[in-house]
Design a protein around this ligand. Structure first.
Ligand code: SAM
Length: 290
């Protein structure tokens, strides 16, 4: 019998793709923190495009919340860009992530902020601790059963009247090997089962030109769970040949104005990600398994 390269995680809090993140973070986080959390091996100008539109969405979705003086938790914080964003707005922000090399980068780039090693599936804070819990492109990288555990763990630590913000893949045609997308209503149901009420959601990242190109790649959605999770992705292999990415430079330059247009004109469900803001009702009963 062939050896099982990805034994199912057994320790509490362990999730299937943790070895993938350890490899990516040790390879990229110190030298290029955005590459570690966006597209590993891609040039900086490529990842800056995606980060630019992610920031715009986070500002639109969370900019209206009174963050100063609140307690905020950034789950799967990576290099800490959102923990710093929260702290810059006056929140008492804590970042958690299970990946050691991500935490090292987050601590180096964020003097004075607190980061702890923790999985989204076993959040070790008392219930009802935080005014805001957020996770940007984190839960999409957990297997469906792990997503259920993470949803319960994150909702448990939101205080009544507090908010949860999650930003995850809704594109069912994404060819990525390490993603487990859900349809918008499925993400909403996941958190509503944990006693959260949807405030609003937005689509994020339409990138029609890039999607037309990636449609040419073989779909590997979620395949990492059943193959070698630490093997380099297709994009990493392409990235090893810089010339391949150079040909995408004009595509990305054209994508800046096009993306702004798509944000205004296209329905949210046509985007790659859904960004969901929930509120925990005052006096909400605790879900039985939280
Ligand atoms: C795509 S990156 C996003 C990082 C950060 N949220 C950002 O937007 O810059 C995904 C992050 O999830 C972290 N991660 C992996 N498994 C996790 C788990 N079980 N619980 C919490 N975070 C996890 C990875 O280490 C990585 O930092």
């Amino acid at each position: 019998m062939a050896p099982d390269r990805n034994p199912q995680p057994s320790a509490p809090g362990e999730t299937t793709l943790m070895p993938y993140w350890e490899r990516v973070a040790s390879r990229y986080a110190a030298s290029d923190p955005l590459a570690a959390v966006c597209y590993p091996a891609a040039p900086r100008w490529f990842n800056r495009f995606y980060a630019h539109f992610q920031l715009r969405t986070v500002e639109r979705m969370l900019g209206g919340l009174p963050l100063a003086g609140t307690r905020a938790l950034d789950v799967g914080c990576g290099g800490g860009r959102w923990t710093r964003w929260l702290a810059e707005r006056g929140a008492e922000a804590i970042g958690v992530d299970p990946t050691t090399a991500m935490l090292e980068t987050a601590r180096r780039l964020s003097p004075g902020l607190t980061f702890q090693r923790m999985s989204a599936t076993t959040i070790d804070f008392p219930a009802d601790t935080f005014d805001l819990v957020m996770a940007v492109t984190v839960i999409q990288h957990l297997r469906p059963v792990e997503q259920e555990r993470a949803a319960a763990a994150m909702c448990r630590v939101v205080r009544q009247g507090g908010h949860l913000f999650v930003f995850d893949l809704i594109d069912q045609h994404d060819p990525g090997r390490v993603v487990f997308p859900r349809r918008p209503q499925e993400w909403i149901d996941l958190y509503q089962r944990q006693g959260m009420t949807l405030v609003r959601w937005e689509g994020q990242e339409y990138v029609p030109l890039m999607r037309a190109l990636t449609a040419l790649l073989p779909s590997q959605t979620g395949k990492a769970a059943e193959s070698n999770v630490t093997a380099p992705s297709v994009l990493e292999r392409i990235g090893a040949r810089r010339a391949a990415f150079a040909s995408l430079w004009p595509v990305i330059q054209l994508s800046y104005p096009l993306e702004s247009l798509c944000e205004r004109l296209l329905p949210a469900a046509r985007a790659r990600h859904g960004c969901f803001l929930f509120r925990k009702a005052d006096g909400a009963p605790r879900p039985p398994h939280a």
